[in-house]
Design a protein around this ligand. Sequence first.
Ligand code: GRF
Length: 204
Amino acid sequence: MSNKVKIAVLVSGGGSNLQSIIDQQESGFLDKAELVLVISSREDAYALKRAEAHGIPGVCFSAKQWPDPQLRCQAMVDALKKAGAELIILAGYMSILTPEFIKAYEHHIINIHPSLIPKYCGKGFYGKKVHEAVLSGGETVSGATVHFVDEGVDTGKIILQEQVEVKPEDTPETLAARVLEVEHRLLPEVIRRYCDGELRENEE
Ligand code: GRF
């Protein structure tokens, strides 16, 4: 019986954050973690191909297949419980999660956001829009934030943040790439700390 922490990752897009978790698991940095399931909100998410390439079960719960968010989230919880997932990672997941879903995994859902929360987060701040807003806000620094997920949007307890420089010549794409490099280090670091028992939000 593996005593590893069973982790599920929720995705919607390219899955580079998922890939960084897979890579760190295979390198041994995340040897106490076991990826048991990848759930995508989109059939065409390249993240599903990354999961398949590494033998991780992947499944899609799209709004098309499951128009009712309540039923969709309940079906996702059922699949997560069946896989024995203990920790849920949101890595570019772009669909809503109902209060019931959050409750089912309260204090065990972690998200990564490509800005220094509480700046440039919340409703409407996702993907490229975040970096466009940082640039038009004239910021000289940006960064990534890993936080626990509560029922708000990007409002849960912050776990770890790291800054990056915003350069005058930056475009949203060049800034996104610099932030993504930080994300790919930060998320595995937080998962490792969780697996080492250092992060139990509800025990503080
Ligand atoms: C990342 O920038 C992440 O911070 C944001 O969505 C993007 C996901 O990228 N939530 P990927 O799918 O992990 O490559």
